[in-house]
Design a protein around this ligand. Structure first.
Ligand code: 5GP
Ligand code: ZN
Length: 114
């Protein structure tokens, strides 16, 4: 997908503050951080929204969460806690249409989310 911001970060066409990478996923700091740690974890494959998930994405989705666990540990968040979020479409305020798992931590959060 040539016109996708996160594909361009994946392909190093635009800069990203990359913190983690393996064969399946890439993770980089969010440009507009809402907490001391705010990292976006994306599949290397372009998948626009959660609605586009297929059976063959099962491993990729697991890899996103394994990456979240590893990054949270590296950031020292495993015990204090952290939040993982996928936003899907307008009501959830998805703005970049390449799925991404937000990993947010480093401060006390509230529930329910706004
Ligand atoms: P969404 O609202 O789609 O769930 O989240 C998109 C996220 O991407 C937002 O938190 C936003 O700050 C972040 N973002 C938007 N543009 C860029 C960018 O160019 N670089 C990085 N690193 N993050 C971005
Ligand atoms: Zn993409």
């Amino acid at each position: 997908m040539t016109d996708c911001l996160f594909c361009k970060i994946r392909d190093r066409e635009i800069p990203g503050d990359i913190v983690y990478e393996n064969n399946h996923v890439l993770a980089f700091n969010d440009i507009n951080s809402v907490a001391p740690t705010h990292i976006l974890i994306i599949p290397k494959e372009h998948i626009p929204t959660l609605n586009d998930l297929e059976e063959n994405h099962t491993q990729t989705m697991g890899e996103l969460f394994l990456a979240a666990k590893a990054i949270a540990s590296k950031e020292g968040l495993s015990d204090s806690g952290y939040r993982t979020i996928f936003n899907c479409n307008e009501d959830a305020q998805q703005t970049v249409f390449h799925i991404h798992l937000h990993l947010i931590g480093g401060r006390k959060m509230t529930w329910p989310p706004g």
